[in-house]
Every structure is written in C-alpha cells, then in structure tokens.
Design a protein. Structure first.
Lengths: 265, 291
C-alpha cells in the first residue's frame, strides 16, 4: 500500500468492457467498450436515460451480471472475489427491508449471514443506526417508518459490514423532492465521515452534479460512456451551491453529454 | 367492530336458514302424516298436520329443535367416555384429524421445498400432486384401509391419518410453492451481494416470506383433514368417530343420530378453524404485521 490516496491503485477499473444479453429478440448490447477508472474516495455518479447500461454496469461491479468481454477489477480482484472479501455494500432503488424483521433485525441480516459474533452485531447495528441518524428506531418495524427513513435503514444495512465501496442504484428515485434533498445532504455527510468510494446511479442531473466528484454520462443502444466529468466543486457542499455558476456550468455540460448521446437516434 | 357489522349479519342469515329448514321439514315430513291418516281412514287439516311433522321418531328431515335436542343429549347427556357420547366420538375424530393434519403439513412442506429447489421435481411430481386430488377420496379410502390392514397395521389410526393427509397436504403444497417463490429478484440479488448460500437464502428469506401463505393454507388444510378423517371412518367396520356415527345413523334409519353427528362435525370444524385463526394471529403479531 502506498501512503497517499492519489497514488493508491484504482478501486474499480474497467478496460474494454462489453456485456451482451442474449434475449428472445436477439442479442442486446448493454455495455459497449467501457473504459473507466474509479479511485479510492471518489463519489461517482452514473447518469443517462433508461437502457444506457448504468444499472448494468453497477450490477457488473457487484458481480450480479458478468461481462462478456474485457476486464473489470474491484480492488484489483475480480468482482466475484471482491464479493467474498465483502468489498461492497449495495443499495437498491426500493429499500427492500424484510417486513418481518425490525429495523435492527434488517441491519443484522448481512451480519448474520457473514457470521459476525452476536456482540459484534449489536455494536455494529448501533453504530450504523447512528450514522444514518436512526438511533432509537431499531425496534420499529419497517411499516412504522416513512419511505425516506426506510431507505436510510437500507443504507445502514449496506454499511454494517464495513465494505469500503458503496454501490447505490437510484436509491432516492422513488422519494419526493424534499426528502431527496435531505437525503442527498446526508449521503454527502456520510461520505465525508466514512471516506468510502461511492458509485451512484441516478436519473437526475442536479443530484448527480450536487453529489459527485466524477460524473459519468452514458447513452443507450448500445450502452456506452459519452462523457466523464471531473467536478471542480469543493468537497464541502451546502445545498445552495446549486445556484452557483460552476454548478450550472457542470449541469449544462452533463445535459450536453446526454443530448449528444441521442443525436444518432 | 360493532354488532351491526359482525353479529347482525350472521344472525340474519341464521334466521333465514332456520326458517327455510322448518318449512322444508314440514313439507318433507307431511307425506308420512298424510299416509298415517289415510291408513287409519281419517283426514287431517293443515293445522293438525304441522305439529305432527315436528315430533316424529324417524323424520325424513328432522326439524332444528329435534336435532338440537339430540345434539345436546349426545354432548352433555352422558359421561364423555360413553360410546353414545358425541364428545367421545368427536375426540376420536379430532385425534385422527390432527394426525392427518400434521402428516399433511410435513409432507406438503417437504414436497414444496423439493419442488422449489429442484426443477426436475417440479416437472415430474407437481402434475401428479394435482392428479392425486382428482381421485374421489371415497373411492380411495377403503383401499387404503384394506392395504394397511394387509400390511399388518392394527387399528385405524394410521390409515385414517393417511387419508386425512392425502387431502390436507395439497393446499399446503400449493401455498408453500407460491410462498417460497414469492421473494422478488431484488431481494434475491441483495442476498447474493452478501455472498449468501442457498441454505441461508432459504432460512433468512424464502421461509419467512412464505409464512403468510402457509397460515392461509392451514385453514383449508385443517378442514380438508377433518373431511378426510370422517371419510376414513365411514368404511364398514369402523365403530368410533363421527363418521362411523353418521353411518350408523343412516344404516339403522336413525336420522336424528346422523344429523346430530353431522352438527357435531360442523362444530368441530368451526373450533379447528378458530384455533388455526388464533395461531395465525399470534404468528402475524410476532412477524410484525400491523394489527
């Protein structure tokens, strides 16, 4: 291990990545010639219209899909090996909490499967509940919580086993704008406190620009990267940064990238 | 919940049934009254006929109060150990029902697990499970009893339980297959990201997710098990249980005995379903379902 963050090896690296689904209507080219490097501590957003492969790419990182061609490494290993090393936590669009388990019980789920000791489980549950500001809600059942709180609980569940990569697939897509703004702020705080590498799939340009250090713009048919933007915004980001000139400029560039992807439609 | 929404609707239907029942009793038992009158060379008016349809020893259709009296006599009129006590016979039937119910649950759940796990089992066994339910149990019951006595099994407990299980495993099987398959792709993917194996996926996700389906099937299964047990008590030779009681009533021309046994069976069914309902509510509360 080298001593500075910048010189450490990339966390996620894709080279010439292709992924083709065989469907009844013939092959679908979900990802075409993807090249991308994600470094430790990056907050990377994937943005693009439906069918651009952003979710597929995230799933490939998590070894839920397997590339047909090219290389993909996570912490220098194959995604399958990285899973065994508990390299990542995954947050889906729906909170997907088990209705028959309490909030604590839900967060405990990965810990039980991975075989953490009972005392360790308790300590971890308390810690991540505090991290997502749900202390005191551990004994509640999911239906007793609002949608935003449920999604926070599912983030806590993904954090419980100390994965250093957090993969989030449109985690706030189903929530209203106000709740979404708050959760965006909280995710940034969480990111600052934990120093995790975050991969974040979204439909929303403001969300992508507000959160990310790196924005990956993608376009469909076949799914490919049209632009990679390294954000010049500071790490410290109050909500009103969204009215600043830089913010608007980046948002503009993202929009241009999205439009370019559609020119050949 | 008020009386208006719970008790009144039930009472209204009950009153309707009793009224129709009395009318039917008058109509069906009148034939006997008119025959008697003709034989003795007298005539009876309608007003004279009606009371006579209510008190016959062997009515074609016993009116409610006669069945009620016979049921009362059977339940409370003698020691519960007496061979004439309906409590005694109901207990025999209850025992058989519970054995068949237990056997049906074990068999149904085990088969459902195999079907969900192995595609081969799904394709080969599931159609036969469906076909098994198209064979009338009345045709099958005597065979099961004959075969089991051929195999040297003494007593009727086991064959009765097998017949009951034959009926009760099916609803459990169908519901459990559906329940074990109910988790969606996202939930399965989530467990995959934890590196969960098949057994962990079964224990942590599939099994708990199937519980609502399981409890819903128990009510049907317990009723089917009771029917199976009663059918198992019908073939000649049985002397114990509500089924045997019904058969005796019918063979010896004692409709009151038959009807009383029928109602005892209905009460037993009601109690069993009630008990399963309580069990279900308890389980739901434990699994965090809002009351």
């Amino acid at each position: 291990m080298k001593d500075t963050l910048n010189s450490s090896p990339p966390v996620i690296e894709a080279r010439g990545l292709n992924l083709v689904f065989q469907t009844a209507d013939g092959p679908v080219h979900a990802l075409k010639d993807l090249n991308l490097t994600i470094n430790r501590g990056d907050f990377v957003s994937f943005i693009g219209p439906s069918g651009c492969g952003k979710t597929t790419f995230l799933r490939a990182i998590a070894a839920l899909e397997h590339p047909t061609d090219g290389t993909l490494t996570v912490n220098g290993m194959s995604p399958d090996e990285a899973r065994k090393k508990r390299a990542y936590g995954y947050v889906f669009q729906a909170a997907g909490l088990y209705p028959w388990r309490t909030i604590s019980g839900n967060i405990r789920l990965p810990l039980e499967i991975m075989g953490f000791s009972k005392a360790d489980q308790d300590a971890r549950v308390e810690r991540v509940l505090d991290l997502v500001e749900l202390s005191g809600f551990g004994k509640k059942f999911p239906w007793q919580l609002s949608g935003g709180m449920q999604q926070r609980a599912s983030i806590a569940r993904a954090l419980a086993f100390d994965a250093d990569i957090l993969l989030m697939d449109e985690p706030f897509g189903a929530l209203d704008e106000i709740v979404r703004d708050r959760l965006n702020e909280e995710v940034l705080k969480l990111w600052a406190r934990t120093g995790k590498t975050i991969g974040f799939v979204t439909h929303s340009i403001p969300e992508a620009v507000y959160l990310s250090t790196k924005i990956v713009v993608m376009s469909p048919r076949p799914g490919r990267i049209t632009d990679i933007i390294d954000s010049p915004l500071p790490k410290e980001r109050p909500l009103d940064i969204r009215d600043s000139r830089e913010f608007i400029e980046i948002a503009h560039r993202v929009r241009e990238g999205l439009r370019a992807g559609h020119l050949d439609d | 919940m008020s009386l208006r929404t719970t008790v009144y609707p039930l009472l209204t239907v009950l009153c309707g049934i009793v009224a129709v029942w009395y009318a039917a009793a008058v109509w069906m038992n009148a034939t006997w009254v008119y025959d008697q009158a003709e034989r003795s060379g007298t005539t009876v008016s309608f007003a004279e006929m009606v009371p006579q349809t209510m008190t016959q020893d062997r009515p074609l259709l016993p009116p409610p109060h006669q069945v009620g009296a016979e049921l009362w006599k059977g339940l409370f009129g003698q020691a519960v150990t007496s061979k004439r006590s309906l409590v005694y016979h109901a207990y025999i039937t209850f025992k058989g029902t519970m054995m068949g119910f237990g056997l049906g649950i074990v068999f149904g759940v085990a088969l459902a697990m195999a079907i969900v796990r192995f595609r081969v089992v799904d394709m080969s066994v599931m159609p036969w499970a469906v076909i098994s339910q198209t064979i009338p149990i009345v045709a099958l019951a005597p065979m099961i009893i004959v075969v089991s006595s051929q195999m040297g099994l003494s007593g009727r407990d086991l064959p009765k339980a097998i017949i009951a299980a034959y009926l009760s495993f099916f609803p459990v099987l169908v519901s459990m297959v559906k329940g074990l398959r109910s988790p969606d792709q996202m939930q399965l993917d989530l467990l995959k990201t934890y590196g969960a194996g098949e057994w962990a996926t079964f224990l942590k996700l599939r099994l708990p997710a199937s519980m609502p389906y399981f409890f819903a099937s128990l009510k049907v299964a317990v009723a089917a098990s009771l029917v199976g047990t009663i059918v198992g008590e019908l073939p000649t030779g049985a002397i114990e249980g509500l089924g045997a009681r019904m058969l005796i009533g019918s063979q010896f021309g004692e409709p009151l005995i038959m009807w009383a046994a029928l109602f005892a069976a209905a009460i037993l069914a009601g109690l069993l379903i009630l008990a399963v309902g309580v069990l279900e509510r308890f389980a739901r509360a434990r699994m965090g379902v809002p009351a």
